[in-house]
Design a protein around this ligand. Structure first.
Ligand code: BG6
Length: 483
């Protein structure tokens, strides 16, 4: 289905996110023939950043050339470029933006829908929303709000109130691009389209779950954003707990937005308040010397923690989440560890470290991603020796031509279509902040770690004992135990 005609207004059009993901993503949608027949893209930013249409077109061209998947050239680029215009945003003086949106609508004709994308720092969300409400811009429109959505329960509630004063919930799209990743979406298919895994997807069979997103990236010049955010809000609350929602949810009655989001919200409601003693906060050596970072910064660049979901299915199953900057590898991996069998029949047993490499279901949700069942097999020969083995499904092999949209692309398309299934809802977010309150009120001290390492030592020992962090090699061929 193609969306109705749209004017897309991109706030923060000259920012980092727009440059790396949003402008290249919109162009990719145009190339894939998934934008509406009639569309216009109005970039917006404070006037000093990009003063006119031509500068914005050049900016967009350069962003796509640097970060896009195809060159900005040829007829698709021509019509994409023609659709671009710029309207400076100043909440005190919305006139230039209003004029640009009207001009875009007039050039399309008919009654196009408006889609606002707030790719601005969280501190600017409220003033942009109020500006949309004070002018007639909010009419006939939807809004995509970036993350993090609030910094604690009170601020998330206040932000929800501000937005609800202008937009009803059905027009609000709180975005988390991890939920737009094919391989995250596929978790629903893996669980609910097959009879194979769901019967064991519970506390009776699963001993623990890991959601592990180490990054090799450092600060990338984002001190302004990151200093006030840190790893817990930037990654754990925003992305990893959302993924946990999909892993832990009950089967929804259908895949429609409401039942899907109801089930996720119930998981977040069941999160046990996070104990500060179950959290390791780290900061990489050298972070305080990065441009724009305070010399005594208390911002964590790493968080590992243990969560509990207090419901019938998951009671007693720890969920270990980990993410940090400047770590040894860049990965996006979910590991479900299964209980050991009740009886040890193989006397020539493996050492613990080797044995732990079997008995797991691993989901790599990087792009394009894979799923592996890891088990122990008998080595050929006259002794009962075991060896770890894997069976792996790889997206790139099974669906090489079909794999298509990146997270943001899928979600911007869904927002145009009005499908909220993969967007977060106000109650869900508030439950997460509620569970975070003890940690935010009493954060454990920062622990230093060396860039390129696996982060602070206590996270790979005490926090996760008696388990260990497992990571498969990048092809899903073998599980490594990272202790
Ligand atoms: C963003 C965070 O939301 O997600 C970044 O702000 C992080 O700090 C990024 O690096 C990771 O996303 P991806 O999918 O591009 O690796």
């Amino acid at each position: 289905t193609r969306p109705d005609d749209h004017v897309i207004v991109l706030f923060g059009a000259t920012g980092d996110l727009a440059k790396r993901k949003l402008l290249p993503g919109l162009f990719h949608l145009a190339r894939a023939g998934l934008l509406p027949d009639g569309y216009r893209i109005v970039g917006s930013a404070p006037a000093q950043y990009a003063p006119n249409d031509d500068a914005f077109r050049k900016h967009t061209h350069d962003a796509i050339a640097a970060f896009g998947r195809s060159e900005p050239s040829g007829p698709v680029w021509q019509s994409f470029e023609d659709s671009l215009s710029f309207g400076a945003a100043d909440p005190q003086d919305p006139a230039p933006l209003l004029a640009a949106v009207r001009a875009a609508e007039d050039s399309l004709g008919g009654q196009p829908r408006r889609l606002f994308h707030l790719a601005v720092p969280p501190s600017a969300f409220a003033s942009v929303i109020r500006m949309l409400g004070d002018t007639d811009l909010a009419e006939n429109s939807k809004v995509i709000v970036e993350k993090p959505f609030g910094s604690d329960l009170a601020s998330a509630r206040a932000l929800n109130e501000t937005i609800h004063a202008v937009f009803d919930e059905s027009r609000i799209f709180r975005i988390d691009h991890f939920l737009g990743k094919e391989s995250v979406d596929n978790i629903l298919a893996l669980r609910f389209a097959n009879g194979m895994l769901e019967p064991i997807w519970n506390r009776d069979h699963i001993s623990h779950v890991q959601i592990d997103v180490p990054e090799t990236l450092g600060l990338e010049g984002r001190a302004h954003f990151y200093e006030g955010t840190g790893a817990f809000r930037d990654m754990i609350v925003t992305h990893l707990i959302q993924v946990l929602g999909i892993v832990a949810m009950e089967p929804p009655v259908s895949l429609a937005a409401q039942p899907l989001r109801d089930e996720k919200a119930k998981v977040f409601e069941a999160l046990r308040p996070i104990e500060p003693g179950h959290v390791v906060r780290g900061q990489y050596d050298g972070y305080r010397e990065e441009p724009g970072v305070a010399p005594d910064s208390q911002t964590e660049t790493y968080t590992a923690l243990r969560l509990e979901v207090d419901n019938w299915r998951w009671a007693g199953v720890p969920f270990y989440l980990r993410s940090g900057k400047n770590l040894a590898q860049h990965r996006e991996v979910i590991t479900l560890g299964l209980h050991e069998p009740p009886l040890r029949m193989f006397r020539a047993d493996l050492p613990r470290r080797e044995k732990d490499r079997g008995n797991k279901i691993v989901i790599d949700f990087g792009d394009p991603g894979w799923i592996a069942a890891c088990f122990l097999a008998k080595e050929p020969g006259p002794t009962a020796r075991l060896a770890p083995a894997t069976m792996t499904f790889r997206y790139a092999e099974s669906f090489c031509q079909k794999h298509g949209l990146e997270g943001y692309e899928r979600l911007i398309l869904d927002a145009m279509l009005g499908d909220q299934s993969l967007f977060t809802r106000s109650d869900g977010i508030e439950h997460i902040w509620e569970a975070s309150a003890p940690l935010l009120g009493n954060p454990p001290p920062l622990q230093p770690y060396a860039p390129g390492s696996w982060g602070p030592e206590p996270a790979v020992t005490e926090l996760i004992a008696p388990h260990q962090w497992y990571l498969p090699d990048a092809d899903g061929d073998a599980i490594e135990v990272l202790a």
